[in-house]
Design a protein around this ligand. Structure first.
Ligand SMILES: Nc1nc2c(c(=O)[nH]1)N[C@H]1C(S)=C(S)[C@@H](COP(=O)(O)OP(=O)(O)OC[C@H]3O[C@@H](n4cnc5c(=O)[nH]c(N)nc54)[C@H](O)[C@@H]3O)O[C@H]1N2
Ligand SMILES: Nc1nc2c(c(=O)[nH]1)N[C@H]1C(S)=C(S)[C@@H](COP(=O)(O)OP(=O)(O)OC[C@H]3O[C@@H](n4cnc5c(=O)[nH]c(N)nc54)[C@H](O)[C@@H]3O)O[C@H]1N2
Ligand code: SF4
Ligand SMILES: [Mo]
Length: 758
């Protein structure tokens, strides 16, 4: 198959002319009117930018930005190529079963064979070992409808208590912190409020690379004179433009946040009236922070005392101030505490509930917000109902039409589930929408755990590092082949539309669950013919819950350009701003908690003198299973690297681009050094989007926060070594990163870059 590039070049040229104000050519006009535009949203991050997919002859051939309130007609590099997933040559097109035992090969099977095999195995396992011997590991890149079906399938059809999802690895510490402090776990304000802020303090969020389109709201605030303070061990693109960069040692933010609060108290910048009227617990917080002098904070965190004082004054004197925080503080064994320390600052300034003020967790995954409200989290039922509360259990049991004593209790968190697999307590797991072999810490243990499962079932649309280990692989749809809703990082519920049919035999996740339930004799529990039927049930199941979606209809989403929950009735407009009058606790007040600094689980020492932190780059997404295949994105960041400061590099004799060995107590890997002045000299950074020998989670620490079990991805002890001889780079797996002239489906307008990383 070859692409007639000349036509597309011609077409692009015409488009340029059109942009220059010239009339459209006949060719341009003809192509445009024969394309259908399907309004939807991006498949990637939590901003969920509005986009129109261009569809022609049953295939998605391109994208246009859509003027939605929060992205206002812009898309970032990932959004622009997201559509290329649909017709990608790597798509999984039919079910596969590993024949000949664990050492055998994955071979094509029919749906009937694959589903019957799973059901037969599950029934035998559950009869012999009990219901909890089968588990579900799910994800938040799925629509609300899929997430809801997943939770109901696990608890009502399988009857297992073990269901959890990848949000556990993401923002679960922030979720718990907000539930503790405010009684509601949601960003309290929309992105469009940000320009009202006079000072923005970002804490562990690389906004420009991870939420690029949200940046326009920060720029608007800056244009109006807002100050910007960035707390991050790296001078991120956002930090480069900031008034103050606080280069914190990974894992030590609490001392900085407490010291800022102490300084504000000493400078008389506290809103005492707000604290009296709207909060509980302030006195204990005031006492706790008194020992956090700027000098003590400097000693622990490495942030100069003078900058801490300056930050307290810039932040504390702003009439309206906003703290934005993300994984930099949440991926920690004290993630909940650090978020609560941020909340203390914002409450002490009386900011929560003000337009443009307060604290805002920046949720990461496309449906990271909805994914945790639909009942696929170990301790939660739909509507953010708690699985331990008898009335909440009864309500959901009634909606599902099952006796309440058949509803399982809380199961293992995702990180704990892996240990139950390794210990043989869980015998079989279905993983949908997660790539554990890249995303979980200390992945040697993960591999062992997955190897123990029989069968391990993986539902995906691309072969992932995890699917490679599966006994059964089931092909599912990409986002634009199914319709449903997602809830973006603001709490805005939006509509995803179906643009094309799935290729081959791929089936939406919820249809796979329906077919499994039917074969298990429980078809009446998953009876849906359309995802809209699931939505109508979600509305009822969430009714009266903290995240009440009852009043949100698909029509209303279109009419209002998204609806913010809670929205308890059809005539309710939705709630963009939370806490304007009261917080979610019964007395209407926010709770403040005194926060004490504790060191990370693993501190540097003589053998491992650096702090290693991990995270993201703009061009790759999560485990990379989707973006490593998109040529333009991958060509910009085809392999991982380790960022090291020039001082440290000089001492070790390491030069830029040199292959080095990175070592932690769990093992070592080889990768390129990127010598950059934008990182602390005692800190190393590696992006985590890569698999096999390139996965940084070979080396990360599996220690978790004691309450939420989120891993400490953001700090462990490490060392870096020059290689004595040129050692060959190990095998890094194989995937198609690109469309070549040979494999490109005809409709693709561009053939980008070259094939890398094979
Ligand atoms: N391009 C891209 N965008 C994405 C994603 C992606 O994979 N790629 N993923 C999405 C998802 S699921 C998520 S969760 C979000 C994540 O969004 P972010 O949280 O913004 O991303 P991270 O890179 O994980 O970490 C953010 C910053 O934390 C800093 N950091 C590391 N350790 C510490 C520390 O101890 N303290 C402080 N204060 N900062 C620290 C890092 O230097 C980094 O700049 O992004 C979403 N958007
Ligand atoms: N070292 C380190 N590790 C980290 C992090 C870090 O900062 N550092 N960040 C953590 C964070 S914040 C997160 S969110 C996790 C993410 O970790 P994972 O959830 O494991 O990563 P994803 O790439 O999102 O995996 C999703 C998989 O599901 C597929 N998929 C996408 N949509 C659908 C769908 O609708 N249905 C099905 N069945 N499959 C689908 C994709 O192709 C992909 O293979 O990683 C965590 N791991
Ligand atoms: S900012 Fe996020 S939602 Fe918007 S286009 Fe980029 S990846 Fe997609
Ligand atoms: Mo995430």
């Amino acid at each position: 198959m070859s692409v007639n590039k000349d036509i597309f070049r011609q077409r692009d040229a015409n488009y340029d002319l059109q942009l220059a104000g010239r009339p459209r050519t006949v060719w341009e006009h003809a192509t445009r009117i024969s394309e259908e535009l399907v309004p939807t949203h991006c498949s990637f991050c939590g901003v969920q930018c509005g986009m129109n997919l261009k569809v022609k002859d049953g295939q998605v051939i391109g994208v246009e930005p859509r003027n939605y309130p929060h992205n206002r007609g812009s898309l970032c590099p990932k959004g622009i190529v997201a559509y290329q997933q649909a017709s990608h040559p790597d798509r999984l097109l039919y079910p596969m079963i590993r024949r000949g035992g664990k050492g055998g090969k994955l071979e094509r099977a029919s749906w009937d064979e694959a589903l019957n095999y799973i059901v037969e195995r599950w029934q035998r396992i559950q009869a012999e070992y009990g219901k909890d011997a089968v588990s579900i590991y799910s994800g938040s890149s799925m629509t609300n409808e899929k997430c809801y079906a997943m939770g109901k399938f696990a608890r009502a059809v399988l009857g297992t208590r073990h269901i959890d999802y990848n949000g556990r690895l993401c923002m679960s510490s922030a979720a718990v912190a907000y539930a503790k402090a405010f009684g509601v776990d949601r960003a309290p304000l929309p992105l469009t409020d940000i320009p009202e802020a006079n000072c923005i303090l970002t804490v562990g969020v690389n906004l420009a690379e991870c939420f690029p389109i949200a940046m326009q709201w920060v720029w608007k605030a800056r244009d109006k004179g807002a100050h910007l303070i960035v707390l991050d061990p790296r001078e991120t693109p956002l930090a480069r433009t900031a008034d103050l960069w606080l280069p914190v040692r990974p894992g030590t933010d609490i001392v900085v946040l407490n010291a800022i609060l102490r300084q504000m108290i000493h400078d008389g910048l506290i809103d005492e009236a707000y604290l009296r009227e709207r909060t509980n617990g302030w006195e204990q917080v005031r006492e706790e922070v008194e020992s956090y002098t700027p000098e003590y904070a400097q000693k622990i965190s490495g942030v100069p005392a003078a900058r801490i004082v300056a930050a307290a004054r810039l932040y504390g004197r702003a009439a309206t101030s906003l703290i934005m925080h993300a994984r930099g503080i949440e991926h920690s064994t004290h993630g909940v505490d650090t978020c609560l320390a941020c909340v203390n600052l914002a409450l002490a300034r009386g900011q929560l509930g003000k337009p443009g003020g307060g604290s805002m967790m920046v949720t990461g995954q496309g449906n990271g917000q909805g994914g945790r409200e639909m009942g696929q989290k170990a301790n939660q039922l739909p509507g953010y109902r708690h699985i331990d509360v008898p009335e909440e259990r009864q309500y959901i049991a009634d909606v599902w039409g099952i006796p309440v004593d058949e509803l399982p209790w809380e199961g293992a968190a995702a990180t704990e589930m892996v240990h139950l697999m390794a210990d043989g307590e869980i015998k079989s797991t279905m993983i949908a929408c997660s790539n554990l072999m890249v995303s979980l810490p200390d992945n040697k243990v993960v591999q062992k755990a997955l190897h123990n499962l029989d069968p391990l079932i993986v539902v995906d649309f691309f072969m992932s590092e995890t699917a490679e280990l599966a006994d059964v692989v089931l092909p599912t749809t990409v986002w634009c082949e199914d319709e449903g809703t997602t809830t973006n990082l603001e709490g805005r519920v939006i509509k995803i539309n179906r643009a094309v049919d799935p290729p081959g035999e791929a089936m939406p996740d919820w249809e796979i669950l329906r077919e499994l339930a039917r074969r298990m004799g429980k078809g009446a529990l998953i009876p849906y013919q359309t995802s809209r039927e699931i939505w109508e049930e979600v509305r009822v199941a969430s009714k009266g819950g903290v995240s009440d979606y009852y009043g949100i209809t698909w029509e209303k989403i279109d009419e209002q350009s998204g609806v913010f929950w809670p929205c308890p009735s059809e005539d309710h407009p939705g709630t963009p701003r939370l806490f304007t009058e009261r917080f979610g606790h019964p007395d209407g007040k926010a709770k403040m908690f005194p926060i004490t600094y504790r060191p990370a689980a693993e501190e540097p020492g003589a053998d491992f003198p650096f702090r290693l932190t991990t995270g993201r780059v703009v061009y790759q997404y999560l485990s990379g299973n989707q973006t490593r295949r998109l040529g333009f994105l991958n060509s910009q960041a085809p392999e991982p690297w380790v960022e090291i400061h020039p001082h440290a590099a000089n001492q070790l004799g390491i030069s830029n681009d040199e292959i080095v060995r990175l070592r932690t107590p769990r093992g070592s890997m080889q990768l390129k050094a990127l010598v950059v002045p934008s990182i602390r000299p005692d800190t190393l950074f590696v992006p985590y989007h890569y698999g096999h020998a390139q996965a940084i989670n070979q080396l990360t620490n599996a220690a978790v926060d004691p309450t939420v079990k989120i891993p400490e991805y953001k700090v462990c002890a490490a060392t870096i070594e020059k290689l004595s001889t040129a050692e060959p780079l190990p095998n890094t797996g194989s995937y198609t990163t690109n469309f070549t002239a040979e494999n490109a489906p005809k409709m693709f307008p561009y053939v980008v870059g070259e094939t890398k990383g094979k």
